[in-house]
Structures are given as structure tokens and as C-alpha cells.
Design a protein around this ligand. Structure first.
Ligand code: URA
Ligand code: SF4
Length: 189
């Protein structure tokens, strides 16, 4: 029998594959509907996420939830949210590429179980690893590209928007493009 998302999460929770396991308070596996057609992928847990064990529960998460609500998406109903690395990098530094490579197997297993039709990369770290190594968020945000039968899109990371509020309206347009794409594909949310 194929592994369920719950079984995968239990295995992941004891992961010590990379040094981030030594400093984490809680592993942040992911949250949402395992039958969702749309997945959002961030970078890695921050302080609040590490304390609470769930992705995007701090300030950037509040902003993300606001944008999601505008386009009728909701982590409790119709999407799944995860990160490139499941354990918090100290001082919120970028995850190192070797940490991402150690961790990506867990994300691939999540993709295999959830089988999303659309994957949205939040920020450079996810977009460069999942879409293309030279992905430039400022240039390519909001563009859909197909990879292995899945539509992928990269947009601004919500914490970048908190630092740079002038980009908020452009980011919102990306979310609206996502809404249009969902309708075009006839995805029921
Ligand atoms: N930033 C991320 O990339 N992921 C989270 O879960 C929280 C903040
Ligand atoms: Fe394992 Fe990923 Fe956590 Fe590293 S970040 S310990 S690879 S779950």
C-alpha cells in the first residue's frame, strides 16, 4: 500500500539528515488539504513556524493568508503549503544548497502523494530549485511554465513584500493570474 501523507509526516518528524535537525524546536512538515490541486512552497520555517510547528504562521503568513483569501484559497480547505526545508535555518539565514538537497526528498514525496496540478513557488529559493536555477523573481514572477506535467509559477516571497511594500500590488496581480489559471483549467476549489 502506498504511504499516506500522515505516515510520511511521522517518518519526516524524526529526520536528522542535515544539521538543521540539531537546532530546530519543531519540524515544520506542511499543512493543508492532501487532496488539493494547488501547492505553495516557501523557503523554510522562521521563528514562529519553528515554535509552532506549522508553515507561514508569523507575519509573512498573515500576509499570505490575506492574498489567498482574496482569490478564494484557504489552507484549511483547498491548498497545501510546505517549505523547501522542514527545519529552521538559524537566524533565518537562507537554507544552504546542501541542506535543500538533503531535504528535497521529503518534498518530492509530498508531491507524489498530493499530486498537485499547480505549484506556486514563494520566493527565489523555491523558484530557483523547482523551476529553473536562473529564475529571477522580479522578471519572471507570475509566469506559468509546465514541468513534468505540473504548472509552476514563481512569485514574491511574502516576507520580501513586508520589506518592500511597493511590490505588493504586483504580487497581488500574480495571485489573480493564479485565480484565472485555476478557472481556465476547470480546477474545482
Ligand atoms: N517563510 C517561509 O519561507 N516559510 C515559512 O513557513 C515561514 C516563513
Ligand atoms: Fe531533515 Fe530537512 Fe530537517 Fe534537514 S531540514 S533535518 S533534511 S527534515
Amino acid at each position: 500500500m502506498a504511504e499516506t501523507i500522515e505516515e510520511l509526516e511521522i517518518r519526516c518528524r524524526s529526520c536528522t539528515k542535515c544539521p538543521l535537525s540539531e537546532t530546530r524546536k519543531n519540524l515544520v512538515f506542511g499543512v493543508g488539504n492532501k487532496d488539493a490541486d494547488i501547492m505553495f512552497i516557501g523557503e523554510g520555517p522562521g521563528e514562529q513556524e519553528d515554535l509552532q510547528g506549522y508553515p507561514f504562521v508569523g507575519r509573512s503568513g498573515q500576509l499570505l493568508d490575506k492574498y489567498l483569501e482574496i482569490i478564494d484559497l484557504d489552507r484549511k480547505k483547498n491548498i497545501y503549503i510546505a517549505n523547501m526545508v522542514k527545519c529552521r535555518p538559524p537566524q533565518n539565514r537562507d537554507p544552504k544548497s546542501e541542506e535543500t538537497e538533503m531535504c528535497i526528498g521529503w518534498l518530492r514525496s509530498q508531491f507524489k502523494i498530493i499530486r498537485p496540478k499547480i505549484i506556486v513557488c514563494l520566493g527565489r529559493i523555491a523558484a530557483q530549485r523547482l523551476i529553473s536555477p536562473d529564475f529571477r523573481v522580479t522578471k519572471q514572477h507570475g509566469e506559468f511554465v509546465e514541468k513534468n506535467g505540473v504548472l509552476m509559477m514563481g512569485t514574491f516571497h511574502p516576507s520580501a513584500l513586508l520589506r518592500n511594500p511597493s511590490q505588493k500590488s504586483i504580487a497581488l496581480e500574480d495571485f489573480q493570474k493564479l485565480r484565472t489559471k485555476i478557472k481556465e483549467l476547470g480546477i474545482r476549489i
